[in-house]
Design a protein around this ligand. Structure first.
Ligand code: MG
Length: 400
C-alpha cells in the first residue's frame, strides 16, 4: 500500500487550529478494506462514439470500469487526459486511487496545469476506476466510501434560460416540473457575470411570480452566476428572503470571496458557492470564513468524487450542507446520485438534468429517471449501469 502521508498535502492538515476540519481532511475516503486483492490497472482508454467521449479502464484480471467523460470538455481537453493524467494511474493498484490523486497532482508538475481541463480529466479517470473497484468489490459505488444511507434521491430541475420574459420562464419551469414531478426548481438571474436594466426588470418580476405560480410547497433556488455587485445582491437577496427562497447561488463573481461574505453577513438566506472552485484549500477557506453556507463542488470540475467527499466532510464539520453542482449533463446525475447515497449532508435536493442527450446505458435497478421528483440510485456494482453494446462497437480510441 502506498503512503497516506502525502494525502495531507494540498489542503494541509497542519493548518490552523480546527481539529474537526483537520480530521475531515485526513480520514481516508475509500474503504480499501473491501478489496482484499490488488486490482492492477492494465489499460486506460479514452474512446469516442458519435459525439460521446468515455473512459474505459481494465484491470489485469479483466474487470472493466467506465465513465462518461464530459464530452463537451473532452473535445478540447483530451491531450491533458492522455498525456498528463492517465500515465500516473497505469500499472498501479486501483485500491490506492486516493493516494494516486496526490501523485498525479505532482507528476509532470501537473499542479501548474490545474484548471478545468486537468480536473475534469482527473475526475473521469477516477470515476472509471471507482466503477471498476465497485465491480471488483461487488458493491455500488457509494458503498466504497461508507454506508449507503439513501436509495432514492429527491431532485431539482434547473433551467438554463436567461433573458427570456418572466412569463416564458414560468412556462418553461412548469414544463420541467411536469416532466419530472420535481418538488424543487432552480433558475437563473442577472445577465451572466453582469446585470443591466433589462435583467433587473426580469429578476424583480420573476422572483415573486415563481412563488405565486408554484406555491408554498415548492423549494425554489436561484443562481445569479456572478451577475451582481454587493448592493444589488443584497437587494435581490432580500426579495428572495421575502419569497422564502431556499438558497442564493453565486451572487457576485465566484472569486469575489470578500464580497460574497459581505452579502452572506447581510442576508439570512444561505449563499451557495463552489462550482468554479478547484482548490481543496480554497473550499476550506470558504467554509471556515463563513463565505458561503451551501457548498457546491462540481464533481467533474473539482476532480471527482473523492476530493468532493473531502469537501462534504469539511462542510459537515462546520455544520453546512454540501450540495454538488452538476456540469455538462451526460451521466453526471449518476455521479451525484452515488455521492448523495452516502454523504449525509447533501442538502434537500440534488440536481437532475434530464436524460435527453446521455451516453446510452441500461440499468436493471433504476429507471434513471426522475419519478415524482425522486431518482432511484442504481444498486448494482460500481455505477450500476451497462454501456450500450452498439456504442462500444462503434467506439474508436483517441490517441495523441
Ligand atoms: Mg451555478
Amino acid at each position: 500500500m502506498l503512503s497516506r502521508r502525502s494525502l495531507l498535502g494540498a489542503a494541509g492538515a497542519a493548518y490552523a487550529a480546527n481539529p474537526k476540519i483537520d480530521a475531515a481532511l485526513t480520514r481516508p475516503v475509500v474503504r480499501r478494506e473491501l478489496l482484499k486483492e490488488p486490482v492492477l490497472i492494465q489499460s486506460i482508454e479514452l474512446l469516442k462514439s458519435g459525439k460521446h467521449f468515455f473512459v474505459r479502464v481494465r484491470s489485469t484480471n479483466g474487470i472493466e470500469g467506465f465513465a462518461d467523460a464530459h464530452s463537451s470538455v473532452m473535445a478540447s481537453a483530451y491531450p491533458i487526459l492522455l498525456k498528463r493524467v492517465a500515465p500516473s494511474f497505469l500499472k498501479k493498484d486501483a485500491r490506492d486511487v486516493e493516494v494516486l490523486l496526490r501523485h498525479v497532482y505532482l507528476a509532470q508538475s501537473n499542479y501548474k496545469w490545474q484548471g478545468l481541463p486537468y480536473w475534469v480529466s482527473v475526475a473521469v479517470v477516477e470515476i472509471a476506476i471507482l466503477d471498476m473497484l465497485g465491480k471488483a468489490a461487488n458493491q455500488p459505488l457509494g458503498a466504497l466510501f461508507g454506508k449507503v444511507i439513501r436509495k432514492t434521491i429527491p431532485v431539482y430541475r434547473a433551467s438554463g434560460n436567461r433573458g427570456n420574459s418572466p412569463e416564458a420562464e414560468i412556462e418553461y419551469l412548469q414544463k420541467l416540473v411536469g416532466e419530472t414531478g420535481a418538488t424543487a426548481i432552480k433558475y437563473r438571474l442577472g445577465a451572466r457575470m453582469e446585470y443591466n436594466d433589462a435583467s433587473t426588470k426580469r429578476d424583480l418580476a420573476l422572483l415573486p411570480l415563481t412563488r405565486k405560480t408554484f406555491g408554498a410547497g415548492m423549494s425554489i433556488y436561484a443562481d445569479a452566476n456572478g451577475s451582481y455587485d454587493v448592493p444589488m445582491a443584497i437587494r435581490i437577496g432580500r426579495l428572495m428572503e421575502e419569497q422564502k427562497f431556499a438558497f442564493f447561488e453565486e451572487p457576485v463573481p465566484f472569486d469575489y470571496y470578500d464580497e460574497t461574505k459581505q452579502i452572506a453577513d447581510a442576508l439570512k438566506i444561505p449563499i451557495a458557492l463552489g462550482e468554479e472552485e478547484m482548490s481543496l484549500r480554497g473550499f476550506r477557506r470558504i467554509i471556515e470564513s463563513g463565505t458561503a453556507q451551501v457548498i457546491q463542488p462540481d464533481l467533474l470540475y473539482f476532480g471527482g468524487l473523492i476530493r468532493s467527499i473531502k469537501v462534504a466532510r469539511m462542510s459537515e464539520a462546520a455544520g453546512l450542507d454540501c450540495t454538488p453542482h452538476m456540469s455538462g449533463g451526460g451521466l453526471g446525475f449518476l455521479y451525484i446520485a452515488h455521492f448523495a447515497s452516502v454523504v449525509p449532508n447533501v442538502g434537500a435536493h440534488q440536481e437532475y438534468k434530464g436524460d435527453d442527450d446521455n451516453l446510452p446505458v441500461s440499468c436493471a435497478t433504476s429507471s434513471l429517471k426522475s419519478e415524482k421528483g425522486m431518482l432511484t440510485v442504481p444498486a448494482g456494482p460500481g455505477l450500476g449501469v451497462e454501456l450500450d453494446p452498439t456504442l462500444l462497437r462503434n467506439a474508436t480510441p483517441i490517441a495523441v
